[in-house]
Design a protein around this ligand. Sequence first.
Ligand code: NAD
Length: 440
Amino acid sequence: MKVSIVGAGYVGLVTGVGLASLGHDICIVEKDERKLEKLNNGISPIFEPGLEELLNKYKEKIIFTNNLKKAIAFSEIIFLCVGTPAQDDGSADLSQIEDAVIQIFRNVNSYKLIVEKSTVPVNTHKLIKWLANRYGGKSEFIDVASNPEFLREGKALYDFLNPDRIIIGVETEKAKKLLLELYEKIDAPKLVVKPATAETIKYTANAFLAMKISFINMIADFCEKTGADVEEVALGIGFDKRIGKDFLKAGIGYGGSCFPKDLKAFIYTANEYGIDFSLLKEVEKINCNRVEKVFRMIKNVLWNLVHKKIAVWGLAFKAGTDDVRYSPAIRLIKKLIENRAYVYGYDPKAIDNFKRSIGFLEGFSAVDDLYEVLDDADALVIVTDWQEFKEADLEEVKKRLKLPIIIDTRNIFDPDNMLKQGFEYYCIGRSGCSNVQKNI
Ligand code: NAD
């Protein structure tokens, strides 16, 4: 089949490359010239394991362009994969969706299936249909479907090709047939529902996962006070199939381009429909407090922060990605600098995006080496759980640091082992680490 995609970001590019690998022909429109130039040279503008290799393997099947008209003519299926960031009031900013569909409607004169793959609030499909009437008068040619994406950055290609389920929100038999045929080769449960239900499934899934994270973080606080161990508690409850093992990792809280903004948008939309989603407000509040908690921990460990040198491992919002959107590292580093510490940061993939995102920040320096960043630092703070950090040479770490102090916000090491190796090791909700021993 032929498929057009608007937006070559984490979702659009993975969708395009993934569909090409299934045998489809793809036309991807991207308005960012910097990204487009890279794509046309076989370079992925984002880091995602395996993406660049697959992009080059299927390059004959993918056209990259900045010409939306070309993409409209290319296929009757058009995926919307543009950004839907949060506005100041928490609502989803749908201006990229609006811009794209207006351009599409101004240029169509035959049947098109517009597929929302971007995360959009319930009933956005109705607004898109309404725009079709306003900007082209041809809504009889237009179907709007919702096919939300559940991929995880860092495992995006695997998730796209091996999803737990495919949600297809449609209003017509034709749209249903087209989308089922498109995903025919993917062996996963396919749930066909109304578009409003599909749109809601996406927000519900993200809100539920965010809730699990905030829940386990509260349990971590409880464990710190009582001598229980949050990692073992998570394991113990995770064996229960009704609960599940995933998303029970205590730490510095969730970040990224989805959970924070989707939670805000869900709360906002619920409110518009007269529902006070107080549960989710609490999930947000708990998450927001995690960075504060880690900051307090660092301050308690180092006492004065003025002119202390703090090394940070991990700038991306999680391991496996170069994405720094809503990364807890941003808030934490800014707070440390406000308190007049000097921060040196290292990340295997996200340094460039981090620098772009924060601009010039006096007191922060990026260092391109796992060990160099530690030289003469008063403490190391681990913010992202990259595999590289888990495999680090701890002797070398100890040698480079001024004091053997590690504040691990992702619980990547075993506390007993770290204490045995001579570190002061502070982590989250674990018995046996230095914070519990010293009541910090
Ligand atoms: P992104 O910002 O990485 O990519 C969006 C791309 O769309 C950008 O490259 C932008 O330049 C391009 N774009 C915007 N308007 C355009 C237009 N009119 N023509 C051509 N290109 C245009 O965003 P993303 O992370 O890929 O997310 C996209 C959507 O998918 C969001 O709604 C997000 O919530 C959702 N989503 C994201 C993830 C994720 O892990 N990133 C997972 C599931 C769902």
